[in-house]
Structures are given as C-alpha cells and as structure tokens.
Design a binder for this molecule. Structure first.
Ligand code: GSH
Length: 206
C-alpha cells in the first residue's frame, strides 16, 4: 500500500501520522502549510474539496476526514490490534469513542478557542463562551470518570480511539488540570514510541 499523508504539525493530521507510526508501515509525508494558503491551491482542493487537513492518498486515491482515515487504516491492519475485530465484545464501545471524539469532544473545545482567541476580534462572540465552557467541562469530566480506573478507553488495550482522544485533548493541557485522570492518560500516551516519532519534526522545526 502506497500512502502519502498531507501533513502539518499541530493539526488533526497529527493523529493520522501517530496511527501510521503505531502501525509501523511506510508512508510519505507531504508538508503543506495552512497559513501560507497552500491548502487552497487548485491541486490540493482536488484532494480535499474544503482545503482542510488532513488528507491522505492511498495508492493514488484521495481520502479526507481524520476520523474516517484513522478508522479505515486501523481496520486494514488487524494484526496491529489497534481496532477490535468486528465480532469482538469491545467493538461497539470502540466505535462509540471513535465518534464521541469528533462529535462531542472537539466541537466545544474548538469553538471555545475560536471565539476566545483565534477569530478576529470583531467576529468573536464572547457571550457563547460560558456555554461552551460548561459543555466541554461536562465532557472532560465524563472522560475523567471513564479513565479513572483504566489505562485506556477500552481498559487494558490501547486502540485507535485513544489516538483520536489523545490527539485532541493533549492540544489544550491547561484545561486538563482539574482532571488528573486525563493528565495521567496524556502523560502515558505521550511516552509511546509512535507518539514521539510522530512529533519528531515539530521538535526539529522549533
Ligand atoms: N473534520 C475534519 C476537520 C478538518 C479541519 O478542520 N482541519 C483543520 C486543521 S486541524 C483545517 O484544515 N483548518 C483550515 C480551515 O479551517 O480553513 C477532520 O477531522 O479531518
């Protein structure tokens, strides 16, 4: 399988790269800079119609949506045991967390960042911030409870659902302070060899 990942550090492309490292398969990184408008070139818009990251080419065929890419790749390599088999008891819970991250975790965190500091001041809606804070606090508390006596979302077995969650909440460490189970979870995930390998260029570039 020939894999090319369109990549920029500190974006959702990191989760795909982390998974590729966990899988231990060969891939090519194509760096692309959001801030220089490179995602809106005609060539890249033919790969991702919205000009977002990540996107991947598998044997020359494009795919986008980080969660879908991760789910698909994990199922292609069952020997890596990063997704429970379809007929295993853990599969339903695995799918639940795979969707929970983009559906429930990302939106309040992301929109809070946008309206707090990322968007230009004149289009920020400060009135929405307390509501978003309440939403993400409730979500983080639920995850803290889930991980209090477990190493990973599925218990003892690391899976791609941990890549989805870890890559999302590690982005805002200050929000995890009230939730020690989440801080410990991120500490443990970030010592994985694949995680470290996937962050290598960020270290080199900084
Ligand atoms: N749901 C998409 C979100 C993709 C996305 O919004 N990516 C960000 C980078 S993390 C992006 O490309 N933003 C550029 C923009 O919004 O113009 C996914 O998970 O792949």
């Amino acid at each position: 399988m020939n894999i090319k990942l369109y990549y920029m550090p500190n974006t959702r492309a990191f989760r795909v790269r982390w998974l590729l490292e966990e899988l231990g398969i060969h891939y090519q990184l194509q760096y692309i800079d959001l801030f220089k408008g490179e995602t809106h070139s005609k060539a890249f818009r033919a790969i991702h119609p919205l000009g977002h990251l990540p996107a991947i080419e598998i044997d020359g065929k494009a795919m986008f949506e980080s969660g879908a890419i991760c789910a698909w790749l994990a199922d292609q390599f069952p020997q890596a045991k990063l997704a429970p088999a379809f007929d295993s008891a853990d599969r339903r819970e695995y799918e639940q967390w795979m969707y929970f991250v983009p559906g429930e975790v990302e939106p309040p965190l992301f929109y809070h960042q946008l309206h707090n500091r990322v968007l230009p001041g004149d289009i920020q809606v400060k009135e929405i911030l307390p509501w978003l804070r309440e939403r993400y606090t409730r979500t983080l508390r639920a995850l803290h409870n889930q991980l209090q006596n477990k190493q990973y979302l599925l218990g003892d077995n690391f899976s791609t659902a941990d890549i989805m969650l870890g890559s999302t909440i590690s982005w805002l460490p200050e929000l995890l302070e009230p939730f020690p189970a989440l801080e410990n979870y991120i500490k443990c995930l970030s010592t994985r060899k694949a995680y470290i390998n996937a962050t290598r260029d960020e270290v080199a570039q900084s």
